[in-house]
Write a protein of this length. Structure first.
Length: 178
């Protein structure tokens, strides 16, 4: 049962091709048998990749886009699109964030769009937040407006954008002079 000889393998019979190779000492392997569907995995579980990490000594100028997760500890000057974005305590982002889940521990200057947005007690956000659900911990610093939307990730036509601030004393509907 624990022999390495091919003669004792289940399904082999004396006189078969496998037996001939074992008896002659041939180094040519026998033809491969088709794998039994009984032992084939139905579907291999997908392993979730670990998040991409931008360290605190890294500065990125430009946009970042991924369908995965990103953890930022450094500086990003550009827009970011991701599945889960974690802004570390030492991080600064200057640009728009679009992600399914956004956790802000550091500083963001720009618009944040997310299905779930969480500002922790160390968060510093200067910009508008468009969300489906939001959590703001005590101690978080936030300057901007908050707007709830059923689909905050959609940025194309049909999604109302927040109006730019008007100059002081400008009449409603007057063009912005800034």
């Amino acid at each position: 049962m624990f022999s390495k000889s091919k003669i004792h393998e289940p399904g082999t019979k004396p006189g078969t091709e496998t037996d001939k190779h074992a008896a002659t000492g041939s180094t040519t392997p026998p033809p491969a048998r088709p794998a039994s569907s009984e032992f084939a995995p139905s579907s291999s579980p997908r392993v979730k990749p670990s998040p991409s990490v931008l360290s605190s000594d890294l500065t990125v100028t430009g946009n970042l886009k991924t369908s995965g997760d990103i953890q930022i500890e450094g500086v990003v000057e550009g827009d970011i699109r991701a599945h889960l974005l974690t802004v570390g305590e030492t991080a600064t982002i200057k640009g728009e964030i679009i992600a399914d889940d956004v956790v802000v521990n550091g500083r963001v200057v720009g618009r944040v769009r997310g299905l779930k947005v969480r500002l922790t007690s160390t968060a510093r956000v200067e910009g508008d937040i468009i969300h489906k659900t939001i959590a703001i911990e005590s101690g978080a610093h936030f300057e901007g407006s908050v707007q709830r939307q059923d689909d905050p990730l959609q940025t194309g036509q049909g999604t109302p954008k927040l109006a730019p601030p008007r100059a002081e004393g400008a009449a409603p509907g007057a063009p912005d002079t800034n």
